[in-house]
Design a binder for this molecule. Structure first.
Ligand SMILES: [Zn+2]
Length: 248
């Protein structure tokens, strides 16, 4: 069942910017236009950050049996902390500002209305194995690799990644493949792991997580992809659909 967004845009006042974005903007030679595939360098000079707090409403996301925390609440809390840290430098747009359900395709449609913007979707993870832990950052588009790399590096400075695991992952998800702007999905940690769940329950820890994501966004806006290593190859794959088999 599709839900219409009750509130399509909840713009928090991150700066005094009232700039409206056309789809033809560019900065530093790096295109910021809306783009279907994203086979291009990462963005530079963008001024709008769309912040998507994962889940919401009847969709709780993961629930920690260790702390009782709901992913949807932790994600929204972290989203608001991130917006605070970007205030004054970026215009921020929230997909949701309260405990409301928003369909994934509606989140994508909302993001794709914005030229000159990036999207970050914020989540906390869960696994059937209580041993699994560590932050992960997902991307699909070539133009999202640099930002994802920066975010994952930042997260690993706060939460050491589990050994042997590369937390930077290219995966075709609805929020990494389908938006027409650079987009990254962040999993801050596993609520199914006792130690990490307790860490994520601490407001100070979530504040540090928000800080490193804000720093990564600022650096990406200043430098583009510089220093983020070779770009991944272009991949032409269809849009991600809810009916796709897991892991496809
Ligand atoms: Zn989630």
């Amino acid at each position: 069942m599709r839900y219409l967004l009750p509130i399509l845009l909840s713009c928090l006042v991150a700066s005094c910017s009232t700039t409206s974005f056309s789809s033809r903007e560019s900065s530093g030679g790096v295109s910021l236009a809306l783009d279907h595939w994203g086979h291009r360098p990462g963005p530079q000079g963008f001024q709008t950050v769309i912040i998507d707090a994962g889940h919401g409403g009847r969709d709780s996301g993961a629930v920690s049996r260790h702390t009782g925390d709901y992913e949807k609440h932790l994600a929204l809390d972290t989203a608001k902390r991130l917006a605070d840290k970007l205030r004054g430098q970026f215009r921020t747009v929230f997909i949701r500002t309260g405990d409301s359900f928003v369909d994934l395709d509606d989140r994508v449609a909302l993001a794709s209305r914005q030229g000159g913007a990036i999207l970050v979707s914020l989540h906390y993870n869960s696994s059937p194995s209580s041993q699994v832990r560590g932050p992960e950052t997902y991307y699909w588009r070539v133009d999202s690799h640099g930002l994802a790399t920066r975010i994952q590096r930042g997260l690993e400075s706060v939460i050491p990644a589990r050994s042997g695991n590369l937390g930077l992952r290219r995966r075709r998800l609805r929020l990494t493949r389908n938006p027409q702007i650079p987009c990254v999905l962040v999993e801050f940690g596993y609520l199914s792991n006792a130690g990490e769940a307790r860490l994520c329950a601490a407001p100070g820890h979530r504040d540090r997580l928000a800080s490193v994501v804000a720093t990564a966004i600022r650096t990406q806006a200043q430098l583009g992809d510089a220093g983020t290593g070779p770009k991944p190859p272009p991949l032409n794959q269809p849009l991600s659909r809810p009916t796709d088999p897991p892991g496809s």
